[in-house]
Design a binder for this molecule. Sequence first.
Ligand SMILES: NC(=O)c1ccc[n+]([C@@H]2O[C@H](COP(=O)([O-])OP(=O)(O)OC[C@H]3O[C@@H](n4cnc5c(N)ncnc54)[C@H](O)[C@@H]3O)[C@@H](O)[C@H]2O)c1
Length: 404
Amino acid sequence: MSDAAHGLPAAHDVVVIGGGGHVGLPLAIALADSGASVAVYDVDVATVDLINAAVLPFSEPGAQPKLDAAVAAGRLVATTDAAVVGTAESIVVVLGTPVDEHLNPDPRAIPAALGACTPYFRDGQLLVLRSTVYPGVTALVEKLISELGHDIDVAFCPERIAEHKAMEELYTLPQIVASRSPRGRARAAELFGRLTDTIVDLEPEEAELAKLFTNTWRYIKFATANQFFMMANDRGLDFERIRQGLTTGYPRAADMPGAGFAAGPCLFKDAMQLAAFNDNNFALGHAAMLVNEGLPLYLVTQMEKKYDLANMTVGILGMAFKADSDDARSSLSYKLRRVLDFRARDVLTTDPHVTTDSRLVPLETVLADSDLLVLATPHRAYRGIEPVVPVIDVWNFFGQGVAV
Ligand SMILES: NC(=O)c1ccc[n+]([C@@H]2O[C@H](COP(=O)([O-])OP(=O)(O)OC[C@H]3O[C@@H](n4cnc5c(N)ncnc54)[C@H](O)[C@@H]3O)[C@@H](O)[C@H]2O)c1
């Protein structure tokens, strides 16, 4: 389909490649809200149709009113037609960068995905990489552009928002801007200056590592808390009581997180990207992976020690990877369910937001039919429920401690 067939204007300030995704779309909406004319290019037809109908394909608080306004004003359109890339002054790439089933990153994924767009690249454009990339991908893309013979400025400007905080953090977080060319740097800073006042300059290789270090740092912190939880629990002690005790009035430990499932599409895979980058020589990152990914199994083993699990129905509350979200990607609730499917008599699962799982049953059914519950995702929707069976509550959601 041609650009004109979509009724798109001939020129856009920004085209977001992968702009139907969890971070691409909030950015596209925010840029359109700042007055830019924005086009989303995405290969997912259903997502493109939803955006053009001003329907968010996933939940993101605060995004819907801005999406409504941007679509109504003609400042945001979506298309599956790669030709739209040729209409852009600035191109922002926010494609997914998953690791494969053997935990290998694919440094060629972004250059390969750009293949459909390269015929439409033209001199004078700014190309911003915003995905969390394997170190060296910016240089690969620079090489690709140079081989095409185009005069295009390339910048790497990592996205650092957390899902469900996008419409706040796009405006409040400093933006890291990295480009080898002063003009690329200035243009990228101007683009993100539409949203935020603070621009942080780094070299591309520094910025690539900055993003991976950020996510891995968080992942290791969660793993530390989870290992402390297991350590205390194995000695009959409640980690949450200890944590609250040690953080009280003590600023140097104030950032110690509570225990909980550290999951989702970013932290684990970015720790593994960093490990691969360091020739798989990353003891802390791999240890964090073992601890975080091992937590569901630890919980099931504890449940077996305490209960006649094989003859019980276990209810899992929450399948999304984080509270109040509908995003079930890489959620540890699924690992928990797989283990329980094998070791419990029956497993019931529920979630108020996830729509992508045919095994979900209503909360009332889970509460009525389970012998034991696991609070896997601390959705606010579970506030106020009063379970009549024991609850495994590693988040201390119900305030009764986390001991299992
Ligand atoms: N999700 C987060 O919270 C978050 C936060 C910061 C950074 N990031 C990074 O941002 C990047 C995107 O993550 P996401 O969660 O938004 O992923 P996503 O899967 O939600 O979005 C990617 C989008 O790209 C589209 N797409 C796939 N192949 C395409 C192609 N060849 N051409 C055009 N579109 C294509 C998909 O249809 C999808 O809409 C990743 O590198 C991720 O690590 C994510």
